[in-house]
Design a binder for this molecule. Structure first.
Ligand code: ARG
Length: 590
């Protein structure tokens, strides 16, 4: 399976070598889609300095060399120099049509399976007994899309939901659970409103800290502290209560995951507690190899290049002065485990951008310790903030932290209002089923259409709109294509007729369809799902332009009708597959 770009790239490379000399054979030909041509070669600008010729002259030499190559004759209709030194290429219609025939016959619609790699992806990773916040929403959506995409490309993805399920707060949480009673309504808050439970524990703890100590072991803060000790010692009763907390939280996470249609299951849980037994060994190894040293009572790793104010070295603290291990130690354990036990070729951490320093220090330490060989690439997929209308981190109006479930409910309610207005003739059940897919799809698409490291303003009204660069618009295009096939009683999956490309809108649509495989591969290489989101929007626009200009069912010639139906079927298949890689459902009708 070759896309036009994949086919053209080596030809342009040879032409550059022929025109400018063999030393330029490896030059990046920079092929881009352009509104003025099927594709544009943008290499001349970069090369002009190296060869000491004006860019347009370089472009002319490339065109002359291309024209002399037999392969060009099969693929290209016209080649011309344009602008400051671009080469505009128009493909031969027959050639394009034959490539479209190929992807129509391919059940992966042009997505090439890659050499299998093992890729653990750390994403979502919320905290036990805490509300998932919008930051968690984003890592969940982006991470899930990357997991789906890399899997589709043929890789072995290992989902790692690194939940925060360990640490000192568990002392107070367990004591609070005991006081409110297991099975009580208050304990049920862990599933419905975890922050309320957490706050309940916190308030008691803080009050006890401020009160005069009675000297008795019955003070809440005293009990909470000894609980932590019992937890670390693996006391069976304490472990049972801890498990209870984790289970209730799992029920909450799973509720959010199922609302969102996220692929994470309990089997993907790989929380902080999983690494408890590794932490001491990690510290010992680093200390005996001399990588870690004691500083102010804490065991620290000092690395070159990490300095704070006034050039003071920043330590990675791996054992605190009270003997406790922290976030850094656990993350050393994660990278060591993912490399040694999971056999990772690449390891993705889909985590807030603010944790970049932490991750880099952890990875540098792991490299020095020999746990992270050069052959393994760790990747921080940085997640940017979600902002409210005031451009501050999204909170409720009262400033309280936002309940994710409430936010998703609101998205579905807004979508329901939009669907009720647009499709009053559908029955209420159908409308609410559609509203569910549209509301959740809207939130996910809005998130995935922005670069994952950029911040964006959470604006539900814009997200659920049926027009513009939105999830609902793409879902609507899918439903429209489905209705074409429904109206004539045809199955789009068995629609494979030879494609003929006459009108410019047909050529543009064909070119867009043929990019799908390259775009999916690009997402897998750059970890940027917004490229796919953007592509699907462009495809939807190409389809709309085609559908407006080129009659499908009323085409004059039967062969043209069949060809156009085949293009429609391909749009459907690419859209459904593409949306699925983003984790977005495509309604049957809308
Ligand atoms: N639980 C952390 C948080 O809520 C995120 C953990 C991310 N994963 C990791 N390996 N550090 O911020």
């Amino acid at each position: 399976m070759v896309s036009p770009l994949l086919a053209l790239t080596p030809v342009v490379q040879s032409a550059i070598a022929a025109a400018l000399g063999e030393q330029f054979r490896e030059a990046d030909p920079v092929l881009r889609a352009s509104q003025f041509a099927d594709v544009q070669v943008n290499a001349a600008l970069a090369l002009s300095k190296k060869v000491g010729l004006p860019p347009r002259e370089v472009a002319t030499k490339i065109v002359t060399a291309l024209e002399a190559m037999p392969a060009t004759g099969d693929m290209c209709e016209t080649l011309e120099v344009s602008g400051p030194g671009f080469v505009n290429v128009t493909y031969k219609s027959d050639w394009l049509a034959s490539l479209v025939d190929d992807i129509a016959a391919d059940d992966r619609v042009g997505v090439v399976t890659q050499q299998r790699e093992v890729i653990p992806i750390d994403y979502s990773s919320p905290n036990v007994a805490k509300e998932m916040h919008v930051g968690h929403l984003r890592t969940t959506i982006v991470g899930d899309s990357l997991a789906r995409t890399l899997e589709h490309l043929g890789h072995h993805v290992v989902r790692q939901n690194h939940v925060g399920d360990w640490g000192t707060p568990f002392g107070m949480l367990i004591e609070h659970l005991l006081e409110v009673g297991e099975g009580s309504a208050e304990a049920g808050l862990l599933v419905s409103d975890p922050n309320a439970f957490y706050q309940g524990a916190r308030v008691k703890f803080d009050a006890a800290e401020q009160a005069e100590p009675t000297g008795s072991a019955g003070d809440f803060n005293v009990r909470a502290r000894s609980r932590v000790v019992a937890l670390q010692a693996g006391d069976p009763d304490t472990m049972r209560l801890w498990n209870e907390l984790v289970d209730l939280s799992k029920a909450y996470f799973n509720k959010v995951y199922s609302m969102l249609g996220v692929t994470l299951t309990d089997d993907d849980l790989a929380g902080e507690s999983m690494y408890n037994d590794d932490l001491r060994g990690i510290c010992d190894e680093l200390e005996s190899s001399g990588l870690a040293v004691m500083s102010d009572g804490a065991l620290c790793v000092f690395l070159d290049g990490y300095t704070g104010r006034e050039g003071k070295p920043v330590p990675l603290i791996i054992r605190k002065s009270d003997g406790g291990y922290g976030y850094a130690t656990t993350d050393l354990a994660t990278i060591r485990y993912r490399v040694a036990k999971l056999g990772a070729n690449r390891a993705l951490y889909v985590i807030g951008a603010t944790q970049a320093l932490h991750l880099n220090m952890v990875w540098d330490t792991a490299r020095k310790a020999g746990w992270l060989p050069e052959s393994v690439t760790p990747v921080h997929v940085q997640i940017g903030n979600v902002l409210g209308e005031n451009r501050k981190i999204l909170k409720t109006r009262s400033g309280a932290s936002l309940r994710l479930v409430a936010l998703l409910d609101e998205a579905v309610a807004k979508a329901e209002a939009v669907i009720d207005e647009a499709r009053p003739e559908l029955d209420a059940d159908t409308r609410s089923a559609i509203a569910w897919q549209v509301g959740i799809g809207a939130v996910k698409f809005a998130d995935l259409s922005v670069a994952h490291s950029s911040e964006y303003v959470f604006d539900l009204d814009r997200m659920v709109s049926l027009t513009g660069n939105t999830g609902p618009y793409l879902q609507y295009v899918v439903a429209r294509v489905r209705s074409i096939f429904r109206s004539v009683g045809l199955d789009p999956l068995s629609q494979h007729s030879p494609v003929v490309l006459g009108e410019p809108q047909e050529r543009a649509l064909a070119t867009a369809l043929l990019r799908f495989g390259d775009v999916v591969a690009e997402v897998g290489a750059t970890y940027e799902p917004h490229r796919l989101a953007h592509y699907l929007f462009e495809l939807a626009q190409s389809f709309s332009a085609f559908y407006e200009f080129c009659p499908v069912l009323k085409a004059e010639l039967d062969s043209v009708k069949e060809s156009r139906l085949t293009l429609c079927a391909l749009v459907l298949r690419v859209m459904i597959t593409g949306l699925d890689l983003l984790g977005i459902e495509a309604p049957e009708r809308m």
